[in-house]
Ligand binder design. Sequence first.
Ligand code: ADP
Ligand code: MG
Length: 623
Amino acid sequence: MADIIQLLPDAIANQIAAGEVIQRPASVVKELLENAVDAGSTKIQLIIKDAGKGLIQVIDNGCGMSETDARMSFERHATSKIRSATDLFAIRTMGFRGEALASIAAVAQVEMKTRQQSKEMGVRLQIEGSKVLKQYPCQASPGTSFSVKNLFYNIPARRNFLKSNPVELKHILDEFQRVALSNPDIHFTVHRDKEELYHLIPANLRQRIVGLFGTSSNKKLIPVEEETDIVRIRGYVGKPEFAKKSRGSQFFFVNDRFIKNGYLHHAVMSAYEELISKEQYPLYIIFIDIDPSKIDINVHPTKQEINFDDQRLVYNYLKVAVRHALGQHNAMPSLDFEQESTFNLPVIKQQETPTYRPSAASGTNTGSGKSGSANFPSLNQREKSNLQNWEKLYENLRSPEEEQGVSKNEPSALTLESSWSNESGDPQEGQTTQKTQKEPYQIHRTYIINQIKSGFILIDQQAAHERILYEQYLEILQEQSGTTQQQLFTKTIELDGPDTEVLLGILEEVNLLGFDIQHFGQQTFVINGVPAELAGKKDELQVVLQLIEQYKFGLDLNLNFRENIARSMARSAAIKRGQSLDKEEMKTLIDKLFACAIPYKSPTGRNCFHTFELEELAQLFEG
Ligand code: ADP
Ligand code: MG
């Protein structure tokens, strides 16, 4: 029998190979943009027609190609970027496999014009289904222009398989964003059918992010910057309060190459633990710079997957870097560049702003004896500095054109009319420093409304108080500084067996918090004293019983022992929904909340507040 094995003709081999690299218009966009970047361009234009199914054109002002190179560039495994297998480990360019142009030319009608900077004439090449139709010298600007028309014109099955235009366009813009983010110093424009979608001038990373995601993104960014012997981690993460319910703006770049990596994603998410709820996703744009010999990027033809020699180490560095950034954000939100000029001038700001001003004075002047404030002892040093920072964050909420990440899902709770009439008609005469402060207002004995510069803030009193107490109790447990108010009459409680075990297990810490409870033998305990701030406010027995309940049922294995106790105690001692609060209590609650290290969330992950921007309000009433 005759031999039957033959080599496939090149055109078919290329088509098969193309299937791996070119799946949809977005893949073409990615490859062409990356080639333009690799060519050292300073300006790159992307033109899309019919969601890339009609035309994808990329025009760059990079190095261009010689006539021979122009022809060679369409051969499979033709690349100028690596010469030997060892080069593979020192890759700094985006491309290196030499497959993209060959693949594109196999499945589309391609026209390329290219001219080297030093030459007077350029060359023009037309290729269709891997066949060179025409090649001739031509006039051209320095650089390269690729037009890719009618993608998959020769593979109908593939073409039919493409999704609707909006979906394909979304994929294209995703690819574009990745390239634009990792090359902020390159000037990019994007045109779709006649419309200009992006015009991004050379900028720093922050400005580039704002250019891509809109002005509102500026105030959401926290810089990350950490360097160790083996990696540098830089970029931005989103402020926790702007986390979204859907994934989306999350980017990792390793040596400026966009990658997807579930493991590293997990590292970032775990850095946000406690700051956002489980269903939320923070924004992040993180660049990991590492010695190329320590990674392997050749895992997948589209090069979005990558292996690190020491994945665990990178994971840990990343987590620490993000944690650190988030911590600094709470400690020093002044990093928000817009605000630098007003920082350190809180007094002047307070006088001139007709808005809610967390009254730093109230904590120091009123003392703890004032009625209603017993739940909220005066601010300590740490809290004061947190609070100052928040005054600045309040300032950040200023520009009404920006806000959009804020949840709008509790409109039913708003009875605006009464709250605003009250607060405009009731200035506190005689208290000069408070003249301009807007009074908070309670609605449904559950929420507190307070005007801020850019709109208003709606606070869930219970969630907020739980947060306040949680941080307070944690600090007490750490510093062992709880103060006890001895009871005139001791009380005894009888518990059942399991509860006795629970209370015995946490008794030492509970007493640190300010209780004075003794085990009286068997299942009996004697309460000699309670934390000073609870004295006379609550039924002691109830508090202790609730504490045990909370501890038993709220136990969170992600928290350590003391955090669990602080949380249980906060939940049992906090003011509840349905409890009416007077103005002083509300003001102190607000001050205390924003003096917290993490004011956004209750210790069980509920939101403590939402802000509502004037802009949003105006939109509600548009015709
Ligand atoms: P790779 O990028 O992996 O090397 P490609 O098939 O994408 O493979 O490109 C092949 C070669 O063509 C590149 O190595 C480069 O030398 C050349 N090339 C492609 N696009 C451009 C461009 N826009 N400007 C200059 N040279 C280019
Ligand atoms: Mg390439």
